[in-house]
Design a protein around this ligand. Structure first.
Ligand SMILES: Cc1ncc(COP(=O)(O)O)c(C=O)c1O
Length: 380
């Protein structure tokens, strides 16, 4: 049978490649970004309660109303920013579906979408599938700071969307208020939509404050803010997320969403609506992960890996240039096979496979796993 691939250059994601390699070689898996500990039993029980109370049929298209109200309250409490539960919030099958649907809703052939590399890997295929063109701005190790003058040169009349991600996967960097103000100035007076991927909004360290796009009025007026419960409540397998946007943008999004999934998992939405009544459940997350980052880094401080502590998200970049100058993909594979620890090479997310000799390690792991990982890294 003959067919023409719509994504001829896309293969299996590096997460699957490294995950399979880790499994085949019985390696400690710090590659893919998911916790290896349990979600709160209280939340699991709330899902069972929701099922027993009849939340087993389709949810409303935008999502369970109690959950949308809980999200409205969260935005008001944390950011003093208002999203109307009736018209400005939609629940999605993870952040991934929100991102895919936002891009499909607005990007037409030849439209340009600006992203920052290294970038999470679901943006570009969605742009390509819709005929759009990815324009990237490379962030350089070790600080991955944005050169806004370089960004400004890449924005033109074809630019239809900018995608940002703070705290960022894979680099662990965080946009400052100054970054967001620069972005706001650059986009002012344009019709460019901002997709602000904020799935790690509750995982931010050293007393930094998350700079949500909703805090900046001109940015908010053009933004989709995207979030993921999987990242926040240690249940990535539930695939539940949401996005918020001003009414007119959200109405366009829902035109596509209703024929994409129509609605998402109902009992888990009801459970999360109840669970969100206690803000402490997400407010304690930064301290929880900062302790894990600090434990991991203190255990490997005398190793030959170099690092700048992650500012947010649950990934730590380690620089191995003191050890060898092998390319990062080969080194990641060798680490998995010979040393039994799996990580993600960053070149696959960079422009032109730029190789900074760094790997990404996920520290959303039990202390025991982090200690075992540190023992291996210290021996290399
Ligand atoms: C930056 C970023 N955006 C989006 C996602 C997808 O989130 P979800 O699992 O809710 O689809 C991830 C998951 O790793 C991510 O790291």
């Amino acid at each position: 049978m003959q067919y023409q691939s719509k994504l001829p250059n896309v293969g299996t994601t590096i997460f699957t490649v490294m995950g399979n390699l880790a499994q085949n070689h019985k390696a400690l898996n710090l590659s893919q970004g998911f916790p290896n500990f349990k979600s709160d039993q209280k939340l699991i029980d709330l899902v069972t309660n929701a099922m027993n109370s009849g939340y087993n049929q389709y949810a409303p298209m935008a999502g369970n109303l109690e959950l949308r109200v809980a999200i409205t309250n969260k935005f008001e409490k944390l950011y003093n920013s208002s999203y109307h539960p009736d018209s400005e919030i939609t629940m999605t099958a993870g952040a991934t579906q929100a991102i895919f649907t936002i891009i499909s809703t607005f990007i037409k052939p030849e439209d340009e979408v600006l992203i920052f590399r290294p970038a999470y890997d679901c943006y570009e295929p969605a742009i390509e599938l819709n005929g759009g063109k990815t324009i990237s701005v490379q962030l350089e190790a070790p600080h991955y700071a944005v050169d806004w003058a370089a960004v400004s040169k890449k924005i033109n009349s074809k630019t239809k969307m900018v995608i940002i991600n703070t705290p960022q996967n894979p680099s662990g960097t965080v946009f400052s208020k100054a970054d967001m103000l620069q972005l706001q100035d650059l986009l002012k007076g344009t019709d460019i939509i901002l997709l602000s991927d904020e799935v790690y909004e509750h995982i931010i360290f050293d007393d930094k404050k998350h700079q949500s796009a909703c805090l900046f009025p001109d940015l908010k007026s053009r933004s989709f803010v995207v979030a993921s419960f999987g990242k926040t409540f240690h249940n990535t397998g539930w695939k539940l997320g949401y996005c918020c946007a001003p009414k007119a943008l959200m109405a366009e999004f829902q035109k596509v969403h209703q024929f994409n999934v129509f609605c998402v998992n109902h009992p888990m939405q009801k459970a999360l609506a109840d669970y969100l009544q206690e803000p402490e459940h997400y407010l304690k997350l930064s301290a929880f992960y900062q302790r894990k980052r600090d434990l991991f880094l203190s255990l490997i401080k005398d190793s030959r890996f170099k690092f700048t502590p992650a500012q947010g998200a649950y990934f730590q970049i380690l620089d191995y240039s003191n050890i060898n100058m092998e390319n990062d993909l080969d080194f990641a594979k060798r680490l998995t096979i010979d040393h039994k620890i799996a990580a993600i090479p960053l070149s696959v997310f960079n422009a032109d496979n730029l190789d900074h000799k760094v790997l990404r390690f996920c520290f959303a792991k039990t202390d025991d796993t982090l200690k075992k990982a540190a023992d291996i890294l210290n021996s290399i």
